[in-house]
Write a protein that binds this ligand. Structure first.
Ligand SMILES: Cc1ncc(COP(=O)(O)O)c(C=O)c1O
Length: 516
């Protein structure tokens, strides 16, 4: 329990005691737009303003009436400009008017991942508990670059990173983790650590299904151009990896993916770990998507071998239901993080560190850092591993359900059984057209549903047996509350759009055309 400092009067009820209210009206400026969020008085004002903002959010969502606004970019741009005709006026409109205008426009024009038909991307619907924690963290605003800006938040981060390290590397006391803005940053840091470990240029070898941020990280870090290994059916084959490593001078950093962006495929991690170990490569696993399986007792086995990686990227804003951003990089051995150490006298002077102030600066490439750990800690505590595991299982079960529904629809073709929560399919009518026209039909279905505001589907190009890429519709199911009936409705919409566009030559690529 936190104790009041020496010479400071303790509140009668300790740190959670009632706030003294006498001075409140004196402290609130006449204009709430200029008031502060923190301290003893701020929360009451924030509560009032949040009520206004959330009413506007609900009104905007009701007005939108679906996963995304109808009408496409022009209609949305018009509505936003009408709500904010002069975004930086000479004189302000006041807190309540501003919140109402901006938040209503934001919600009315949102692609809302909480809508069951918003299934395009690894863009998850945040949990209410996480959003509440995140908002509150914003009112207090700890900056995670020094202990004197984030005393409790720094300690929470130690607890959360230790828990995540234990999840990725069970039974490995040397494991550690750092918080990042997401897997893009995690992948950069992983390659940086591999480079520093090799004490020189390190050769990246990854698959053609690796996320684009991986070869980009190599470019950013001045590493040699990545060697890209073609996948077989979307999966990195260990023999192909071994052959690529044989013909490429090392030292190497190998990356594998646990949950590819386009298909949700988990590379064969134990075999890849064998190949990487045989040539002394640093193994990094991008588990931005699949990492969520670690919570699930029934599906964790899909990640067997993950703990043989030197570094693992995890994203809790995917299967973790956090508001952006909530990335982590786990490392098998905390000593690997040493290259992140840096001294800045104003943040982590040697004498302060020697006197016992924790050094937070060496836990990131960034300096000022949002306390993303607060929402993560709250979510972990609220749901526990089993609660998060159940949410993961529901998303995966929804993917299995929709795959089953596709089996029963002769007009639609499933690419392959889902491994995670991604399902790829295309209308059979597209297969009956030449490649280009078929792909245009698929692209047109996606755009027409988007333009009409009825559904947000993703797309993925998948190489066929002849190596030619064909376009598929993609469902990325991250909403644990999606129902079988929602998915039926979604497939009905796709079939209606396919029928309409297939029967209307020249309309397939028209983004503004709306089915039904
Ligand atoms: C496999 C994989 N890695 C990395 C990323 C990038 O993650 P972020 O957007 O959190 O930086 C993604 C994004 O979807 C991904 O799917």
């Amino acid at each position: 329990m936190v104790t009041a400092g020496a010479g400071r009067p303790a509140t009668p009820d300790g740190p959670a005691g009632p706030a003294p209210s006498a001075a409140r009206s004196d402290r609130w400026p006449a204009d709430p737009a200029a008031a502060l969020a923190g301290g003893v008085d701020g929360p009451d004002l924030v509560r009032r303003l949040v009520g206004v903002a959330l009413d506007a959010a609900a009104a905007g969502a009701r007005y939108r009436g679906g996963p995304v606004p109808a009408g496409g970019p022009d209609a949305v741009a018009r509505a936003v400009r009408e709500a904010c005709p002069d975004v930086l006026p000479q004189d302000g409109a006041g807190a309540e008017a501003a919140l109402t205008a901006v938040v209503r426009a934001l919600a009315a024009g949102a692609a809302d991942p909480a809508d069951p038909l918003c299934v395009a991307h690894l863009h998850g619907p945040p949990l209410a508990v996480a959003a509440a924690a995140d908002l509150t963290a914003s009112t207090i605003n700890p900056s995670m670059d020094s202990w004197d800006q984030a005393p409790a938040a720094g300690e929470l981060e130690r607890l959360v990173t230790a828990a995540v390290a234990g999840l990725a590397y069970p039974g490995r006391p040397s494991a550690d983790a750092v918080v990042t803005t997401g897997a893009t940053e995690s992948n950069v840091v992983a390659l940086l650590l591999a480079r520093e470990r090799a004490a020189g240029p390190v050769q990246l070898v990854c698959s053609d299904e690796a996320h684009h941020s991986i070869p980009r990280a190599a470019w950013l870090l001045g590493l040699p151009t990545a060697v890209i290994v073609p996948t077989r059916d979307g999966r990195l084959h260990p023999d192909d990896l071994a052959a690529a490593l044989d013909r490429t001078p090392g030292p190497h950093v190998v990356t594998a993916t646990a949950g590819t962006t386009s298909r949700g495929i988990v590379d064969p991690l134990p075999l890849i770990a064998d190949v990487a170990a045989a040539c002394g490569a640093h193994l990094h696993v991008d588990a931005a998507y699949g990492g969520g399986l670690l919570f699930s007792d029934t599906r964790r086995g899909l990640l067997a071998g993950l703990d043989r990686a030197d570094t693992v990227a995890l994203d809790l804003h995917k299967l973790g239901w956090q508001p952006l951003a909530a990335g982590l990089l786990a490392v098998a051995d905390g000593a690997l993080l040493a290259p992140l150490s840096v001294r800045a006298d104003y943040l982590n002077a040697d004498d302060d560190t020697e006197a016992g102030l924790p050094d937070l600066l060496g836990r990131s490439l960034r300096t000022s850092r949002r306390p993303d750990v607060v929402k993560i800690a709250t979510t972990f505590l609220a749901l526990g591993r089993s609660g998060l595991g159940r949410l993961t299982d529901r998303c995966c079960a929804a993917a299995e359900d929709v795959a089953g529904q596709l089996d029963g629809r002769p007009g639609l073709r499933l690419l392959s059984r889902p491994e995670l929560s991604t399902v790829l399919f295309r209308p059979v009518a597209a297969d009956q057209l030449d490649d280009r026209t078929g792909d245009e039909l698929v692209a047109g279905i996606r755009r027409s549903l988007l333009a009409s505001g009825r559904a947000v589907l993703g797309r993925a190009t998948v190489a066929g047996p002849a190596g030619r890429g064909r376009l598929w519709l993609k469902l990325t199911l991250l909403n644990p509350h999606v129902t079988a009936a929602d998915l039926t409705r979604l497939l009905d919409l796709v079939e209606q759009a396919a029928d309409q566009l297939a029967g209307a030559p020249g309309r397939a690529t028209d983004g503004a055309s709306t089915p039904g």
